[in-house]
Design a protein around this ligand. Structure first.
Ligand SMILES: Cc1cc2nc3c(=O)[nH]c(=O)nc-3n(C[C@H](O)[C@H](O)[C@H](O)COP(=O)(O)OP(=O)(O)OC[C@H]3O[C@@H](n4cnc5c(N)ncnc54)[C@H](O)[C@@H]3O)c2cc1C
Length: 478
């Protein structure tokens, strides 16, 4: 079905809901809403609606419900599991939140912020900082992803270790339900133990239960001090041993502990050829500590690292002497993700295991690729402090794209098996979307499926919310 499947009457009605500036139904205008960030998929849509107010979101939902149109909520479209695009091009309407983007209120005394859901994460972080506060959600896509998308995907990122995932940072939500009704779940309260915590159902629901139009988040005092170091280690086992040591010696001062296999550095160079390795070692770790003004943070980090070097856990270490140098360390971590997308199609995973099982996961995954997919290049990096590894695999450059994709599906299945056999999860933080819905559904017990189906049916009885995302499809729930 194409955009031209909508009759002029329906287009007029949609324009009535969101105004002339809020409706796009021409292929050229819709193009940027229909492809995913990684370039893996191009989808289709009947139209893109861009409501500029909560009332326009409500009108859109009522109209789409009456017309029997499926709705795909879309934030910054930076998701990595095709949740915000219709990969089949089967004829749904994308509702983009990008025009609903104002910060509504910041309360530095209560450490809370209320915002429209379409506000870009970086804007929220900047506004918080201007009030001497910190909103700690931090991820490579923060310049484009929206807080509503972060809530809907329960985003993680580099500071989960200290501050938790989006789920832990959200105090309240405002949601337009499938029938157009508005639920205001803002309270400003940190403790509110009265009945079901409904906001938690929408967090991580990936647009399948309603459209989030407003988000209320927790803020924290802005750390006065931050220390960053880039370390070289001999192995992933050493990295996990170091993390355990760091947890005990530095306690909650650690705000990030990222692991980077040295094979990833080449990818960061695809984005910035000037990137140099701060240390030369097979496994590298980016560690960040942050605190208030009264703690000798540099002394804590230097003491910890000196001890780790004496014990032979760390072979080389560079402590950033300025914020600018720390940024160059982070540029490696962020650049390698973009570098993979630039290189082209690749197998992308987001595995989670118990922290102590991470070396086994990486070792088994590498052996599997070496034995069964000769010539493919494994990469391992991730938020190791959370037991979250992105074990990605690059196809040989000589392989044609369609063969790479079909072989890639086998590689992915093998990696999922390895994680599941270790008692892990196939989605640590990116979600299920359309890319992992089959594996997700197949892995659920009958009881779990029954509860998921009951929830979906209660909130979205006609199956109009993001059909085909998270759940296999509206017809095959059972
Ligand atoms: C370079 C890069 C680095 C990344 N790093 C991380 C990382 O470290 N950790 C991490 O967790 N993720 C990461 N991601 C993935 C992605 O940025 C996050 O999942 C992000 O939270 C998605 O936000 P978005 O606004 O782009 O949502 P979208 O991609 O637009 O949508 C994601 C899902 O949420 C739904 N949705 C969006 N907005 C709403 C709404 N208002 N109401 C209801 N449903 C909605 C969509 O339907 C879709 O299912 C990264 C992505 C990139 C490109």
């Amino acid at each position: 079905m194409t955009a031209h499947s909508l009759s002029p009457d329906v287009l007029d009605a949609l324009e009535g809901a969101v105004g002339r500036n809020g409706l796009t139904a021409e292929p050229a205008g819709m193009a940027k809403y229909l492809g995913d960030w990684a370039g893996d998929y191009r989808g289709g849509a009947l139209a893109v609606l861009r409501p500029a107010s909560v009332a326009e979101v409500q009108a859109s939902m009522r109209l789409c419900g009456a017309l029997g149109l499926g709705v795909i909520p879309q934030g910054g479209n930076t998701g990595l599991v095709s949740g915000a695009i219709d990969t089949n091009g089967a004829g749904m309407v994308v509702v983009s939140l990008e025009r609903l983007n104002a910060i509504r209120q910041i309360d530095p005394e209560n450490f809370t912020l209320q915002t429209d859901a379409g506000c870009v994460l970086q804007t929220i972080k900047d506004a918080s900082e201007a009030q001497d506060c910190l909103f700690p959600l931090a991820l490579g896509a923060q310049g484009s992803c929206q807080i509503g998308g972060n809530a809907a995907s329960n985003a993680g990122g580099v500071n989960v270790l200290r501050y938790g995932m989006a789920r832990d940072l959200i105090l309240g939500l405002e949601v337009v339900l499938a029938d157009g009704e508005l639920w205001n779940g803002f309270s400003g309260l940190r403790k509110n133990n009265s009945g079901y915590d409904l906001k938690q159902l929408f967090i991580g629901s990936e647009g399948t239960l309603g459209i989030i139009t407003g988000v209320e988040v927790r803020l924290f005092p802005k750390p006065a001090r931050t220390e960053t170091a880039y370390l070289g280690l001999a192995s992933f086992e050493a990295a996990i041993a170091l993390f355990n040591r760091a947890r005990r010696d530095c306690c909650d001062l650690i705000s990030a502990f990222e692991i980077i296999g040295s094979e990833c550095i080449e990818l960061a160079r695809l984005i910035d050829p000037a990137v140099t390795e701060p240390v030369s070692a097979p496994v590298q770790v980016l560690i960040e500590l942050s605190s208030g003004p009264t703690i000798d943070l540099n002394g804590v980090l230097a003491g910890f690292l000196g001890d780790a070097m004496k014990k032979g856990l760390v072979s080389d270490a560079v402590l950033a002497t300025s914020g600018a140098q720390a940024k160059t360390f982070w540029a490696i971590r962020e650049g390698l993700v973009e570098g993979q997308a630039k290189r082209g199609y690749h197998v992308r995973t987001d595995l989670s295991v118990r922290i102590s099982d991470m070396p086994a996961l990486i070792e088994r995954a590498r052996r599997f690729v070496a034995l069964e997919h000769r010539g493919w290049i494994p990469l391992a990096y991730g938020h190791a402090g959370d037991g979250n590894i992105h074990f990605n695999v690059l196809p040989p450059l000589a392989l044609g794209e369609s063969e790479a994709r079909s072989r890639g599906a086998e590689v992915t299945a093998g990696l999922y098996d390895i994680a599941v056999n270790l008692g892990g999860s196939i989605s640590a933080e990116h979600g299920i979307g359309r890319s992992r819905r089959r594996e997700f559904w197949d892995g659920l017990s009958p009881t779990h499926r029954r509860m998921v189906t009951a929830l979906k049916t209660a909130f979205d009885p006609n199956g109009m919310m993001n059909p085909g995302c998270l759940l296999p499809s509206t017809e095959t729930f059972s």
